[in-house]
Design a protein around this ligand. Structure first.
Ligand code: GLY
Length: 580
């Protein structure tokens, strides 16, 4: 790894003061140019990592992926196995009733793509779906029960991943998940905590309660969770491919279960669903190449906007307080644009090139005052701290140099709570990620406008940000769950990696977050010193200490110079990273 003076400074600050690691040596002055692309520079002899690595949010999912690598599968086969295993052992975070994004790098031709398995609104959906007779948004209807569920994309994504990029059959890569669903696994404390939080949503669905609760209550410690219906559904997917889920027995049970409980899905919704490959957002920052999620995720665009703004600030901040202030102000401005411009690229025109251009960032930051916070215009909303049990992330590197960063979700923990009888498939409540009413916040406090309004067949805007970061010496693969905070957490990971902070430190360090509305600078315990809190408050920032840690980052670092591979799982979660 480079030992430029800036990096050495940061490394020293790591040893001496772990607190505000992400502040160190930002060196904002580098110019960032954004462009979309699907092919990384592939010139010169291709170096291969000495080892493979997997980091995921659950040890059993990491084990499932390693088993597939050991059986001769590549990173893409392992990604199928990890995705499916996470759906079984972390049913509150992601699943076959949900969706997500798989960011792929194929080593032999440096092909890069984002596999978009994001959910779609049912064809019978309309922009006022969640408004009452008085035209008011009814949040509960977008979060609980089958009306809140988009058409799932994860099964289609896995079929496409296996057929387009893997070398093993689905029957083999799904086998670990089938075993975990049929034989069961012991639930952990995280499961019990979020099951208690979503108890009423699960109780509202008889099949959901039967699958995830015991006698309608949170299962006791040590409970072995068996999901035989889900195992059967996975076997139909393994043998039938796309049609094994989106047609036939599974589709019929999904649709009849949803409709019997008041939902609006049709067989046509399922038959029409396809995962889509999209060009990732690609940019350069301080000699590093950033590759991240494209719309319908807002992640890549906002990451580039923030990095561009940081580069444009003159003079560069010097004190830690000034750096937090600068970072906060760039986050604020990027999230304002998220609400204004972003949505499903198949439904709305978005000025992506303009939004990610350095000149635009310079304009955005023109009213930046180094001594004062720029107020956001309110309506205030409550934003629950997403501790990272909604949504999940995993990162994979194989010995050929193939990479996967995947972030997957069913939205809120345990999604809609609704399981169509006889499927074992817990449905998402991703419809809440649409802007149900302009200017009215969703469960994560995010507001939106026309670009993200509900429409038939439209994908809802996401914050999921699976990301690659690459210099001539180093490759990083990273991502995290955490709702609207995903983007700023990945940003702080990117800044840590660029600054040469050791992997285990940039994963663990306390984080901050601002998302325009509500107008609050949120911080984890230890992120800001008492003096910084005082100074930032005096500058006009409204500070809020998060009562729970946020995120569950899973990351891999490959040092191409010496071949060394490292992997780390966020100490905030219960995941497992392994190099072998
Ligand atoms: N449901 C969380 C996200 O997609 O951003």
């Amino acid at each position: 790894m480079s030992t430029s003076p800036g990096r050495a400074d940061v490394a020293r600050s790591v040893a001496g003061r772990r607190r505000a690691l992400w502040l160190g040596g930002l060196g904002f002055a580098a110019l960032l140019l954004a462009s979309a692309g699907v092919r990384a520079a592939c010139d010169g002899p291709q170096v291969r990592p000495a080892q493979a690595a997997i980091a995921s949010a659950h040890p059993l999912a990491t084990e499932a992926g390693l088993k597939i690598l050991d059986a001769g599968g590549n990173a893409f086969d392992a990604a199928v196995a990890v995705t499916a295993a996470l759906a079984v052992v972390e049913p509150y975070g992601s699943g076959f009733g949900g969706g997500g994004f798989w960011l792929l790098h194929r080593a032999h031709d440096c092909h890069e793509t984002m596999l978009d398995g994001r959910e779609r609104a049912p064809l019978a959906a309309h922009r006022d779906l969640f408004l009452d007779d008085a035209g008011q948004f009814v949040p509960e209807s977008a979060l609980v029960g089958p009306l809140s569920a988009g058409i799932p994309g994860t099964p289609a994504g896995l079929v496409q991943l296996a057929e387009g990029y893997g070398r093993l059959p689905l029957a083999q890569t799904l086998a670990p998940a089938v075993g975990l669903a049929r034989d069961g696994f012991d639930i952990g404390d995280g499961y019990r905590r979020v099951a208690a939080w979503r108890l009423s949503a699960l109780r509202a669905s008889p099949a959901g309660a039967a699958q995830f609760l015991v006698d309608d209550e949170v299962p006791p410690r040590g409970h072995r969770l068996r999901q035989p219906d889900l195992a059967d559904t996975l076997e139909r997917l393994a043998s039938g491919g796309h049609a094994g889920f989106y047609a036939g027995e599974t589709a019929e049970r999904l649709v009849s279960g949803v409709r019997a409980a008041g939902g609006i899905w049709t067989l046509e919704d399922l038959a029409e669903y396809r995962a889509v490959e999209r060009e990732p957002i690609v940019a350069q920052f301080r000699g590093w190449r950033l590759v991240s999620a494209a719309p319908p995720s807002s992640g890549g665009v906002l990451l580039v906007q923030i990095l561009n703004m940081l580069s444009a600030i003159e003079p560069q901040p010097e004190s830690d307080t000034q750096r937090v202030h600068a970072l906060t102000e760039t986050m604020r401005r990027a999230y304002r644009d998220r609400a204004r411009y972003l949505g499903d690229p198949d439904h709305v025109e978005m000025p992506i090139e303009r939004l990610t251009h350095p000149h635009y960032a310079a304009g955005l930051i023109r009213d930046f005052d180094p001594t004062r916070a720029t107020p956001s215009t309110t309506p205030e909303t409550d934003v629950p701290a997403s501790e990272g049990r909604d949504t999940t992330h995993f990162s994979i590197l194989d010995r050929e140099g193939n990479r996967v960063a995947a972030t997957l979700s069913i939205n809120y923990p345990f999604g809609s709570g609704f399981v169509p009888p006889g499927t074992g498939v817990l449905l998402n409540d991703e419809m809440d990620d649409f802007s149900a009413q302009p200017g009215v916040a969703n469960a994560y406090g995010l507001v939106g406008g026309e670009a993200n309004a509900i429409a038939p067949g439209k994908r809802m805007l996401s914050s999921m940000s699976p990301t690659f970061l690459e210099s001539s010496e180093t490759v990083a693969i990273l991502g995290t769950p955490g709702g609207s905070r995903i983007i700023t957490m990945v940003l702080q990971g990117v800044l840590g990696a660029v600054d040469g902070v050791p992997l285990e430190d940039w994963i663990a360090r306390p984080r901050i977050h601002h998302q325009y509305l509500p107008d609050r600078l949120e911080f984890e315990s230890g992120a800001l010193s008492p003096a910084e809190q005082r100074d930032l408050t005096a500058m006009g920032h409204r500070l809020e200490l998060l009562i729970r840690p946020i995120g569950d980052m899973q990351a891999i670092l490959w040092d191409r110079a010496n071949g060394q591979v490292k992997a780390a799982s966020d100490p905030r979660g219960a995941g497992h990273a392994e190099v072998r």
